[in-house]
Ligand binder design. Structure first.
Ligand SMILES: Nc1nc2c(ncn2[C@@H]2O[C@H](COP(=O)(O)OP(=O)(O)O)[C@@H](O)[C@H]2O)c(=O)[nH]1
Ligand SMILES: [Mg+2]
Length: 169
């Protein structure tokens, strides 16, 4: 069987759920480079995550970008050759929305690839919904998908929405 490799970039602020989404979707062990971060009492990604899954004849390679702006030079490198972007932002913390918008501007100004916005933590009470976050970020509400990054069905829905976008592009 002929196999086509597809690269997808998973971007978003720290805590958005990038590592979680890649772990949820991956069918093989995830390469993870999270290390303890001195500015927060938890780990954060300082290099990247890598995971992969097989969907029909497609070998999908997921690259997770570091969330912090000081690593923005890696975003452009990771974006190179990507079919599209899954931009994640936590819907439970509006203070992360401006950083999501900055990442969006940075990426699409360099390479205008299809992008869908995954609003994570939808299983959390008092979460902003897709339309609200899209409106805040000034993005098309049709490209915003409320998800739970820990749930395979929900994470897959986001991926499928990206493929819909790619087909229409
Ligand atoms: N309940 C729930 N927890 C999530 C979701 N997305 C991420 N998390 C949790 O939020 C924390 C940060 O997620 P992580 O994947 O490390 O974020 P990253 O910095 O973007 O890689 C972890 O404890 C995850 O388990 C979600 O959609 N629902
Ligand atoms: Mg991470």
């Amino acid at each position: 069987m002929n196999e086509t490799a597809i690269k997808i970039l998973v971007a978003g602020p720290s805590g958005a759920g990038k590592t979680t989404l890649i772990q949820t979707l991956s069918q093989s062990p995830v390469v993870n480079t999270d290390v303890p971060c001195s500015t927060a009492n938890r780990s954060t990604t300082v290099a990247m995550d890598f995971g992969q899954l097989q969907l029909d004849q497609y070998a999908i390679h997921l690259f997770g970008a570091p969330g912090q702006e000081r690593f923005d030079f890696t975003w452009e490198i990771l974006l190179d050759g990507a079919l599209g972007v899954l931009l994640l932002v936590s819907g439970k913390d509006a203070t992360h929305f401006p950083q999501a918008r900055r990442i969006y501007d940075y990426l699409l100004s360099r390479n205008p690839v299809p992008l869908v916005l995954g609003i994570t933590h939808q299983d959390h009470p008092n979460c902003w919904d897709g339309k609200e976050v899209a409106s805040y970020l000034d993005l098309d509400p049709a490209a915003a998908v409320p998800i739970n990054a820990t749930d395979l069905e929900s994470a897959t829905e986001l991926l499928v929405r990206l493929f819909d976008c790619v087909e229409r592009a």
